[in-house]
Each structure stands twice: as structure tokens, then as C-alpha cells.
Design a binder for this molecule. Structure first.
Ligand code: FES
Length: 162
């Protein structure tokens, strides 16, 4: 699938690395090892250089995302409202660390700087759904809502409390 993208870029042009990584990630949702190798061949860069850039910028992922993406806001407004406790609770509930995906590929847990909903801090999002003014007690119910649900199913746009 990524071969067509590669062919749309000039060969041996090292300056195309970042846009190539972005375009290929937009197809797969992450950067498969085979794509890293092909990008290296196409740009004339070493595989370690391509890998180094892909791991340096946190916009790039080397593993597939889970079916549901949970983002915990770590911005100032959320931080002062104990977002660290929410993250800790999610890590314990899902048995993964931020940046990881559960074994069953159901959830990926990430942190973000500010979700843009500071007035309802602390905030987490699950896919496109916002959960504001929540506490660690709300976490199990929020997780439960998404456990058996396909990602495409519409969720409530904004939920204050769970
Ligand atoms: S700081 Fe959390 S939404 Fe803005």
C-alpha cells in the first residue's frame, strides 16, 4: 500500500523523509517495519536514520493503535485537578503504561498536553468522546462502555462525569 506513496516522491531526496513518514502513517495508522525499510531505500538514508527520526518525534508510532484511543490530558488545568491520578488509575485498570496498547488491541493509552476543554478539567477522551470533571471512581465505568463496542459506533459527544 505504501509503495504508491513512495513512488509519488522523488528518489534519493533526503528532505522528503518527514512528509513520507506522515503520509505512510496516515495509511496504516502507524509505521510498519517494512515501510521503514522501504523509506530508507527510497530516500537513500540508512534504516537507523529513518528509525531514529520516526522514534524522535512523538507524532509517529511504530506499533498499531488499539481499537479505542484513550487520551489523558496532562495540561495545567487538568494537572491541578489530579489528572495524574486518572492516568495512574487507567494504567492500573488497563495494565499498560501511557503510550502502550493492551494485548487484546482494545485500548491505546496516551497523554496529551491540552485537549482544549479546560473548563471541565480534569478531562480524558475516548476516541471522540470527552469525559470531564471525572475522578478515578469513574474510570471502570468508562472503560466498560467501550469494552464490547466497535469503534465505529457513535458515542455521546461530551459527557461530564461518567
Ligand atoms: S489542560 Fe486539560 S483540557 Fe486544557
Amino acid at each position: 500500500m505504501h509503495k504508491e506513496i513512495l513512488e509519488s516522491y522523488p528518489k534519493n531526496d533526503k528532505s522528503t523523509l518527514i512528509p513520507l513518514l506522515q503520509d505512510i502513517q496516515s495509511v496504516y495508522g502507524y509505521l510498519p517495519q517494512e515501510a521503514i525499510n522501504d523509506i530508507a531505500m527510497h530516500t537513500g538514508l540508512s534504516r537507523s536514520r529513518v528509525y531514529g527520526v520516526a522514534t524522535f518525534y512523538n507524532q509517529f508510532r511504530l506499533t498499531p493503535l488499539g481499537e479505542n484511543i484513550i487520551r489523558v490530558c496532562r495540561g495545567t488545568a487538568c494537572h491541578v485537578k489530579n489528572s495524574a491520578n486518572l492516568l495512574y488509575s487507567l494504567e492500573n485498570t488497563l495494565k499498560i503504561k501511557a503510550g502502550d496498547t493492551t494485548r487484546d488491541k482494545k485500548f491505546t493509552l496516551e497523554t496529551v498536553a491540552c485537549i482544549g476543554a479546560c473548563s471541565i478539567a480534569p478531562v480524558i477522551t475516548v476516541n471522540d468522546d470527552y469525559y470531564g470533571r471525572i475522578t478515578t471512581k469513574d474510570i471502570p465505568n468508562i472503560i466498560k462502555k467501550y469494552q464490547g463496542k466497535p469503534k465505529t459506533e457513535k458515542q455521546t459527544k461530551e459527557t461530564v462525569g461518567a
